[in-house]
Structures are given as structure tokens and as C-alpha cells.
Design a protein around this ligand. Structure first.
Ligand code: MG
Length: 163
């Protein structure tokens, strides 16, 4: 592909429920509740995978991981991200950097920002400075503010793979 880069955007939201582990960016976070989903519900990796697929022009994760397919039940979302990256790589594109916004009322995620960003960078095959994570609350507004859900936004730049 004779381009300098291709950008993609991703967004996701998952409901917070009792009796599920909380996994954010591939990191297990101690909390009384976790994200409901057919997979592990990792809202960060889902937003990222959608951003990768968008940048590659490959649609979205719903196209590739049908929510009703039992084969994907409770799978780790790192598999979803890896599939998205494999699709991009098949087109000669690799991630250049990612910027993520995670919106969660609680727990306090500020102290885990670097840990989650490093894990995401490792999953994407990037150096730690190539993944930036922002965590915000929703200021008590809406379902995210009420602690009923978490939301993530991601932007990913894909660049031509070195030959
Ligand atoms: Mg999702």
C-alpha cells in the first residue's frame, strides 16, 4: 500500500456486573465487578481491535467474531486483537501508535495507567511509548457515571511494514 499511514477509530461499551473478573487492556484489575460480554468483555482491547480493523479497511469485530458463535465464548480479548493485527499485517500494515481513552467511574485506574498501557503495547508489538492511555470518570453522568458500565475509545495508526 503506497501510503504513509492509515488511521482508524474504535469505541466500545460493556455493562459491569457481579461475578465477573475485570479485565482492562489484558490486565486483571481487582474489583468487585467485571465486564459482561461474550468474550472476557475487555472494553479496551475491543475498542483497539476495532480501530485496527478500521485503519486496515477490514470492517469491525462483529464481522469477524460473531457474538452468537459459541467458539468465542469467554475468549481472551487479546485473541481478538491479535486476529485484527494479523488481518492488517496481511495487507502489509503494522501498528505505529495507539491512543486510548478509558471511561470508568470506579475503581480508580490512575495508578494502573502505565501497567495497562505497557501490556497493550506488548500485545501490539510496540514499545511502551507508542501506546498512550487516558483514564477518565464520567463525572457521575449517564450509565458509565452511575458505575453500570465502562466505555473505551481508541485511535490506531497503521503504517507500512518494513520490508
Ligand atoms: Mg465489546
Amino acid at each position: 500500500m503506497s501510503v504513509h499511514g492509515r488511521v482508524g477509530i474504535g469505541w466500545d461499551v460493556h455493562r459491569l456486573v457481579e461475578g465477573r473478573p475485570l479485565v482492562l487492556g489484558g490486565v486483571k484489575v481487582p474489583h468487585g465487578r467485571g465486564l459482561l460480554g461474550h468474550s472476557d468483555g475487555d472494553v479496551v482491547l475491543h475498542a483497539l481491535a476495532d480501530a485496527v480493523l478500521g485503519a486496515a479497511g477490514l470492517g469491525d469485530i462483529g464481522d469477524q467474531f460473531a457474538p452468537e458463535d459459541p467458539k468465542f465464548k469467554d475468549i481472551e480479548s487479546s485473541i481478538i486483537l491479535h486476529e485484527a493485527l494479523a488481518g492488517a499485517r496481511a495487507l502489509g500494515l503494522v501498528p505505529g501508535n495507539a491512543d486510548i481513552v478509558l471511561v470508568a467511574e470506579e475503581p480508580r485506574l490512575g495508578p494502573l495507567k502505565k501497567v495497562i498501557a505497557s501490556r497493550v503495547a506488548a500485545l501490539m508489538g510496540l514499545g511502551p511509548n507508542a501506546v498512550n492511555l487516558k483514564v477518565k470518570t464520567a463525572e457521575g453522568l449517564g450509565p458509565v457515571g452511575a458505575g453500570e458500565a465502562m466505555e473505551a475509545h481508541a485511535v490506531v495508526l497503521l503504517v507500512p511494514a518494513a520490508r
